[in-house]
Design a protein around this ligand. Structure first.
Ligand code: CMC
Length: 436
């Protein structure tokens, strides 16, 4: 951390002594005021629910400038990574800090590829779920259960364990998501195939059956790979902060990532892609494009609690650069599959246009986010809506594990322990039951 020449002074109107607070500069982005000694010196906490102004850690992985609509992984713009690199190169970059050269790439791909199978016993564990269980319920369980199967990579204080856990998680997530899907439709599990790409292997495990050959369309393989790249990391979002907080207790990496999966499930976060698609289907049932006006009126009515899912972002207040790339992919995939006239897609485009011109959304800087388009792409590829968030989890696993490993290697890391403003009852006496 580079100290700034400027210092902040905190003064109090009741005459209590003021306090000088150091300020640190990042490489880019806002400076931070170091309040670590605040409580010790003043007996006061800061209050920042939702972390609107709080940097929870020092990280060198991902940078977002929400006003400019900029997203960098280790300094590289997402637009360049999405066009010039594949997902496993992006994983190498996030985990180790640099894009691989060709030898490093083949070594990394080889390591990931040779860890894609899961312990056969996992099949029995999965069979304990109801067939209609939500895939994210299944994934939370399966990822947590990995810690019961891979005992030689659970010591978070051992750098080798952390590395092998990272490789295992990246390698096994597609296998687990595909298993969750196959189980839900009653088809046999398809084992990974080592001569396929990461995305191609996932498509095969999802859609092949033992009865016939399966070929993956290169356009679809590339689209899926791009979905993975765009979702690979996103700074200190809710699920990543969950993984860091969970891992800060020293728990094993599989348990920490399972906590991330659970957090991602929520509709305000990763669950938005599923929620956006369900919303489009609901509008379609109401009468389609004709009913957009009525739906938008509901969204604007605060008492309705209806949100335009797939719109808005805590950090991006200009546009979401991932959405721009995903929108491009969306058009490519729909033309490849001849689905441009698909009524749901037409509805999505009409909704996007109206929302982008409407004062309510313009004034609040609400733009389509990545999940608005990723759901449409996944649906076109044949992925069921309920599996969208599991695919997001698959892609985000590398970000979670890179952030977790960065935290553990940081000499300044401590168990996360937020404090509170207590507004409950002051001490009082327990009355005998007859007097209550
Ligand atoms: N539809 C309608 N109104 C909205 C929406 C929306 N999608 N998003 C925000 N608003 C309104 C909100 O009601 C508030 O209005 P007012 O100022 O009149 O009270 C204003 O815009 C500011 O919103 P906020 O809730 O203070 O913003 P936030 O930063 O706390 O929330 C968000 C960000 C992403 C949770 C929210 O925009 C949202 O719920 N969007 C829909 C869900 C979604 O698409 N989430 C995916 C995010 S991208 C994927 C990921 O990284 O997980």
């Amino acid at each position: 951390m580079t100290p700034s020449d400027v210092k902040a002074t905190l003064s109090f109107s009741d005459g209590s002594p003021s306090m000088e607070l150091p300020i640190y500069k990042g490489t880019i982005g806002p400076e931070v005021i170091d309040i670590r000694k605040l409580y010790g010196q003043t007996g006061k906490f800061t209050y920042d629910p939702g972390f609107l102004s709080t940097a929870s850690c020092n990280s060198a992985i991902t940078y977002i400038d929400g006003d400019k609509g900029e997203l960098l992984y280790r300094g590289y713009p997402i637009e360049q990574l999405a066009v010039n690199c594949d997902f496993l190169e992006t994983c190498h970059l996030l985990l180790y800090g640099e894009l691989p050269n060709s030898d490093q790439k083949s070594d990394f791909v080889n390591r990931v590829t040779h860890h894609t199978m899961v312990n056969e016993q996992m099949h029995f564990f999965l069979r304990g779920f109801r067939r209609d269980a939500h895939p994210m319920a299944v994934m939370t369980g399966l990822v947590g259960a990995l810690s019961a199967f891979y005992h030689d990579s659970t010591d978070i204080n051992n750098a080798e364990h952390r590395d092998i856990a990272a490789i295992r998680l990246i390698a096994k997530m597609p296998t687990l998501v595909a298993m969750a899907y196959k189980y839900s439709v009653g088809q046999p599990f398809i084992y990974p195939k080592n001569d396929l790409s990461y995305a191609g292997n996932f498509m095969r495990m999802m859609f092949a059956t033992p009865c016939e050959d399966f070929t993956v369309s290169p356009v679809i393989e590339r689209a899926l790979d791009r979905i993975f790249i765009l979702h690979a990391d996103h700074e200190q979002n809710a699920s990543t902060s969950t993984v860091r907080l969970c891992g800060s207790s020293g728990t094993n990496p599989f348990a920490a990532i399972a906590a991330g999966v659970a957090c991602l499930w929520g509709p305000a976060h990763g669950g938005a892609n599923e929620a956006a698609l369900n919303m489009l289907e609901d509008i379609q049932k109401m009468g389609g494009v004709e009913k957009i006006g009525e739906f938008i009126a509901q969204v604007k009515d605060k008492s309705s609690n209806v949100k335009l899912m797939g719109f808005g972002h805590r950090v991006y207040k200009n546009y979401d650069p991932r959405a721009k790339l995903m929108r491009e992919t969306c058009h490519e995939v729909l033309s490849e599959l001849g689905l441009h006239n698909d009524p749901l897609f037409k509805l999505a485009m009409a909704l996007e246009k109206i929302a982008l011109e409407d004062d309510y959304f313009v004034a609040r800087k609400l733009y389509p986010n990545v999940d608005f388009y990723s759901g449409i792409v996944q649906r076109a590829i044949g992925i069921p809506t309920s599996l969208f968030t599991a695919n997001f989890a698959l892609a985000r696993t590398v970000g979670w594990i890179a952030q977790l490993n960065e935290m553990i290697a940081d000499p300044e890391y401590k168990i996360g322990r937020p404090r509170q403003l207590f507004s409950g009852a002051a001490p009082r006496m327990v009355k005998p039951i007859g007097e209550r």
